[in-house]
Design a protein around this ligand. Structure first.
Ligand SMILES: [Zn+2]
Length: 204
């Protein structure tokens, strides 16, 4: 099952296609096989009901302060509305912290201090990892580029801490998968401290 938002005027079309209204003015669709009919409204191309926040402790390369870096990780997932299931026995990291479902973005903001940071060379702001002490931004190249990077295959495996988000419904992610770890090599996921906050949809 997946939930998504849609403009009010689309309600008749959504009903006709078989979506059901639910709390907070959202819509839900029960079967994965029916998701393609709603591609216009469902934002994202990777689907998974098994979401984690992956965290690694690191020294800021600019000022040496202790920082914690986060990435979003998925268990089994499907891509581009195709039937194949990927990531069996693995935990897969997504590039970047943009294009995330609302509840995941909120958890990163409220529980991990991830805020929008201004990328001067590009002229726009995106949610991103940064240093609390010197304010520098850590871009994806630094975070994921190569095996020795903070989230690289070798450096991260032993140090990665996983926090699990509530499961059950599919979430749609806009990013792309960059790296997969064998589950056996990772410690067991922990629950978020304020997991009650990390609900799928915000009640109004
Ligand atoms: Zn710093």
């Amino acid at each position: 099952m997946i939930e998504f938002s849609a403009p009010e005027e689309d309600a008749p079309r959504l009903r006709a296609l078989g979506a059901k209204p639910c709390a907070g003015g959202k819509w839900k669709v029960a079967r994965y096989a029916d998701y393609p009919k709603f591609a216009e409204w469902i934002k994202g191309r990777i689907f998974s009901s098994e979401t984690y926040i992956a965290e690694v402790g690191e020294k800021c390369p600019y000022c040496g302060a202790d920082v914690r870096l986060v990435a979003v990780a998925l268990g089994r997932y499907r891509e581009d509305l195709l039937p194949a299931v990927y990531g069996k026995g693995e935990i897969s990291l997504l590039f970047g912290l943009d294009g995330l479902p609302e509840d995941v973005a909120r958890t990163l903001r409220e529980e991990f201090g991830i805020k929008k940071r201004y990328f001067a060379p590009y002229g726009y702001s995106l949610p991103a990892n940064g240093c609390h002490a010197c304010g520098r931004i850590f871009n994806d190249e630094y975070l994921f580029g190569g095996e020795e990077a903070p989230f690289g295959l070798y450096s991260a495996a032993e140090r990665l801490r996983l926090y699990s988000l509530p499961r059950g419904r599919d979430r749609a992610f806009g990013g792309r998968v960059c790296l997969s770890f064998k589950r056996k090599r990772l410690p067991a996921p922990r629950k978020l401290k304020n997991s009650k906050k990390a609900r799928f949809s915000r009640k109004r």
